[in-house]
Design a protein around this ligand. Structure first.
Ligand code: GAF
Length: 422
């Protein structure tokens, strides 16, 4: 992500595309998920954390009632339409995510008087399973909320961003990614109970344990909208209905799943039930200071996602096996599946795991994977205006802190290491 001296690229683009300076600039990170995969839409538990990569949105008010959205990463495809014309199907492609957020805000009764111009920039790879879409939604949600002085709580913004994705874009995703982007705290994973919305910050400091979390972008690309994610969600709902429970969250032990006659539904349910248990076990280990112990849970999660839930893909399986053989404490596929990234827990400062994965890919003639350190970082934050540099405060009176972020309206201010990397 951009540094903090002078305008960030999204601000410069705003001037080039719309003229003048943006009123506000917001940064929303992508996420990794330590554990708890395909549990969010089953009202279970997840344990993601924010990354130090994300989406920046510079926003300014208009007077003509239109929404204009342009991205540095998609120069040829701006969206520009009256707010009143926003409806599912009216905008396609990447711009549907921010447009969907504006639509969801209006559907919830919020006025976006005069409209808005949004300049978007991102350093998150797309389709890598790191939630670039949710980061875009969350940055747009904060930008529109801030510009129009709505003051909505972050959990409500997460829900509106999810609604944009579900009902405007048409992808039936859960609430994990938006929550991680908006609610995470640096040095922690976010435990989220997806039924109650209750959260807890769970300490996650790999460096302090002599370990590192490594993201391996396998290069295989996924799209949540291709139907397979939705099919898994339907299978889970069918399994819950046949078991007579509101959701698979209500099944505590896999022992009773023999009642499901359909072996596919039985396997899907077994993944969700055992994954929920693994999240609880991971929280207990982390709370007790045993990050290394979480490694075995990551590997068990991968086996369950590959075998029972059948959402892994060949590059992920090869990366996980190579990582484990080279000394990783644990590794697993991450996100919706069928492409994207693997997360590995490795000894710090030892290149053996990366080298083994690279070699395994090369042997198969696959393009080299891309590695990122996964540093548990702060959730979304408002960036300081350049003219506030050195002054400590800006026109709103919200103080800028040392890394160029400033406390935002709902008090969930950024802390030391969330906004500066990349
Ligand atoms: C994707 C979805 F967007 C999330 O809601 C979640 O279901 C995840 O896949 C699987 O855990 O990232």
């Amino acid at each position: 992500m951009s540094g903090t001296a002078g305008p960030v690229p999204a601000e410069r683009c705003f001037g080039d595309w719309f003229g003048g300076r943006p009123a506000q600039v917001w940064l929303a990170p992508g996420r990794a998920n330590l554990i708890g995969e395909h549990t969010d839409y089953n009202q279970g538990w997840v344990l993601p954390f924010a990354l130090d990569l994300g989406v920046t949105v510079a926003v300014g008010r208009r007077g003509d009632g239109r929404l204009a959205v342009r991205s540095r990463q998609a120069p040829g495809a701006p969206a520009d339409l009256p707010l009143t014309a926003l409806a599912p199907g009216a905008v396609t492609g990447w711009a549907a995510y921010p447009a969907g957020v504006a639509w969801a805000l209006r559907e919830a009764g919020h006025r976006l008087a005069g409209g808005a111009s949004l300049a978007v920039d991102s350093d998150l790879p797309q389709g890598a399973g790191l939630s670039s879409s949710a980061a875009l939604e969350c940055a747009a949600a904060l930008a529109l909320d801030g510009l129009h002085g709505l003051g909505l709580p972050r959990q409500e913004l997460a829900t509106l961003a999810q609604r944009a994705e579900n009902d405007f874009v048409g992808v039936p995703s859960g609430i994990m990614d938006q929550s991680a982007s908006l609610l995470s705290r640096a040095g922690h994973a976010l435990l989220l109970d997806c039924r109650t919305g209750v959260t807890a910050d769970i300490p996650l400091d790999p460096a302090a344990a002599g370990l590192a979390l490594l993201i391996i972008d396998t290069g295989a690309r996924h799209a949540l909208g291709d139907g397979r994610y939705a099919q898994r969600r339907r299978e889970c709902e069918q399994a819950a209905a046949r078991l007579g429970v509101a959701s698979l969250r209500d099944v505590i032990s896999p022992d009773g799943l023999g009642r499901l006659a359909d072996p596919v539904l039985r396997r899907r349910a077994r993944h969700v039930v055992t994954e929920n248990a693994r999240v609880q076990q991971a929280v207990a280990l982390l709370t007790g200071g045993d990050l290394a112990g979480v490694g075995a849970l990551l590997y068990a999660s991968h086996a369950s996602l590959a075998g029972d839930f059948e959402v892994s893909w060949p590059e992920a399986d090869v990366a996980v096996d190579a990582a484990m053989a080279a000394g990783a404490l644990g590794a697993r596929m991450m996100g919706g599946g069928f492409g994207g990234s693997v997360l590995a827990l490795v000894p710090a400062g030892q290149p053996a795991v990366g080298a083994a994965i690279r070699a395994a890919f090369a042997r198969r003639g696959w393009p080299a994977p891309v590695f990122f350190p996964a540093v548990p970082s702060a959730g979304a934050s408002r960036l300081r205006r350049p003219d506030a540099a050195g002054a400590g405060t800006d026109a709103d009176g919200a103080g800028a802190d040392a890394d160029g972020t400033e406390a935002d309206a709902d008090g969930a201010g950024a802390d030391g290491n969330g906004a500066g990397g990349g």
